[in-house]
Design a protein around this ligand. Sequence first.
Ligand code: GRF
Length: 215
Amino acid sequence: MTIAIVVLISGRGSNLQSIIDAVDRGELPARIAAVISNEADALGLTRAQQAGIQTRVLNHRGFADRNDYDLTLRDLVAEYYPDLTVLAGFMRILGPQFVGHFEGRIMNIHPSLLPKYRGLNTHERALADRAREHGASVHFVTTDLDAGPIIIQTKVPIYEDDSPEILAERVLKEEHRILPQAIRWFAEDRLRIAEGHVLLDGETRPEQGLTYHLQ
Ligand code: GRF
């Protein structure tokens, strides 16, 4: 079965590109129905247009409050009847009006080994802590910021002379691998959530050098 995906972005869109490329290579039984950005000048919108994908912009600035924005975004996303909504560098916190509507059908990519470093500036914070390793996580979205059930994680080492930029680049490469992987599992209907944890094919297990659900 081919699933319909809506991707939400705010900027560069390199994770979006990794999804577009995986679909193009025939590795993802998915169709990107639309890409929606809260920023009109997001580079990811150009990437989507180049791939022939419909784009929409919903600027959060004109809205009275967060709730109002969430409701409008919810209706916009719902126009595309997505099986899955992917937050790929979408820099807005989504509240219950949005998340509740699509529960179990929203994923986010976060540049840290969750539950470490929720929120922003994850690379700077890992370096400031003199952490030895860092990474990225894809998780289902709940109303708790960056705290939903983890689908897949991947680790990278931190080296002595790393700058935030160099570390970010190392992590980003991994993001581009695990996000399409998580979407593929979802499309293949291999993911379940049980008691707040993600099961792949009915179990939690390490595979292909990837680390699942470290909590
Ligand atoms: C990624 O590191 C993502 O994990 C974070 O923001 C960055 C977005 O990059 N939330 P891009 O727009 O996908 O290139």
